[in-house]
Design a protein around this ligand. Sequence first.
Ligand code: SF4
Ligand code: SF4
Length: 552
Amino acid sequence: MAHNVSRRSFFKTSLMGAVAVAVASAAAAKETFSPLTAEAAEIVAPIKETSEFPYTVDAKYQRLPGNKLLYQRVFDPEENKSPLKFKHDDVSKITGKKDTGKELPRINAETLGIKGRDATLTETGGIFFSHHDGTVLPLRKDELGWRELEVALDVAAWSVEYKFNGFTAPGSGPGGVIAHYPFNPVTNESGTEPVVIQGMYSWDNSKVVERRGQGRQWKFDSGEEASRIVKKAARFLGADLVGIAPYDDRWTYSTWSRPNLKPFKLPDGSGRTEYFPTDPYKFMKGEVETFGQTIVEADWKKYAGFKPKSVIAMVFEMDYEAYRTAPSILHSAAPGKSYSNMGEVAFKVANFLREIGYYAIPSGNDTGMSIPIAIQAGLGEAGRTGQLITQKYGPRLRIAKVYTDLELVPDKPRSFGVREFCRLCMKCADACPSQAISHEKEARVLQPEDCGPSENPYTEKWHVDSHRCLSFFAYNGGDCGNCISVCSWNKIDQWQHDVARIATQIPLVQDAARKFDEWFGYNGPVNPEERIESGYVANMVKDFWKDTEPTK
Ligand code: SF4
Ligand code: SF4
């Protein structure tokens, strides 16, 4: 212990000089300073574990209805009756900078041929989805990063999510449904009328009933052993990080919903029928019509056959090289690839549990909120953008989870300095093209007047305006990803994250820490216009296509 104390004071007095040299000597830094920064981070900024959820959840907190999630509301016909509203009409009054998001709903309306008014949420979502599945090319289709080639990669990366996970259905659960065309093995002909089946996020637990009926439920020696084996299985089956959370009702949506689908004959002469949540014929004429949602009260026993005891939270890294091209549509392929993987791995992990006689529900963004579950599972902290930030990948990740009735020993929430760093950093807020991210220094318990309809009040966080974000997505032609790309925790090398962790403990350096990235050329320009106009995005796109080996 005494040894540690003296090392701690040594590091406190001499560390930042060493760290500054480490960062400045970027070429040699990784090999030379990586062990130093790792040890220093352990001593100066030790990881703290808490037994409770680490952020304030007010007594007035209520579970978010699943039908109020942004991508579910797109399908609510009420949302198509009035123009999309931002929480703050003019953020220039708050930030002192030009409000770059203000004109987006008008531009999006014009994309559909609508003159003289702003787009509705439904119209905005309609444009976004039609870009995302390659039906409509983005406005900037002639620019590197937004060309048909990059759109094709984006569509390919998302294709498993769309075609096998049940993309349009499981926004809030239960389960995913997708259409497939039956194949006649005798005549070798495909049908033209689809059959609708459950996708990867299937709630079919019939195997569990069968296993239990056969007396084949596997008994673990202890909760610790069960947790270790389940984690090993999840890592083996494809998750990049795994943690266990206790089941906590607060994070389950109070309602589960799915958009209603209707069958339409495709206009391509194939005679095939497909199910859509919007009328494709009207969309081709610039109108957006949706068919509402089916909404049910969340009821585990009724829809899943069990009440969960544990949740297995799994992190999936998103591609670093693709993220360097944000906000290009090429970068959108990175979340698409991870979403596609999530469904497959969650399905496999659920099937492992079902095989040994335990109920399991695989889940993507549906059923309940993934981020507080991942925090409870000790996987990371919530940053300024509200996204999970892990030590290894920063915010460059997606989360899937599996609910189960197997009793597992949960992990504990862990903090390693992200919240302190975010108070001063604000790079994501500066990099946001639609100014959706708060510049307030401190996170606080948000009140109803701070929140839009898809943002849950009474928890401690920074505000992010999801309407502004989606509005930029629709204009941009894909997602955006600037906030993830510029984040100091996003880089590949662990030692740089250790530098950030140390910086959170040294007041004079906290502010400079955000600038390390800019000074030494990591993550490109923060200013969203400069990112594109300087040629940085175009260069990153060229780099992406040039090198067939991913950056390690
Ligand atoms: S993805 Fe992030 S940076 Fe881009 S518009 Fe949304 S909040 Fe802003
Ligand atoms: S960019 Fe900075 S403020 Fe934003 S999440 Fe990352 S560390 Fe926090």
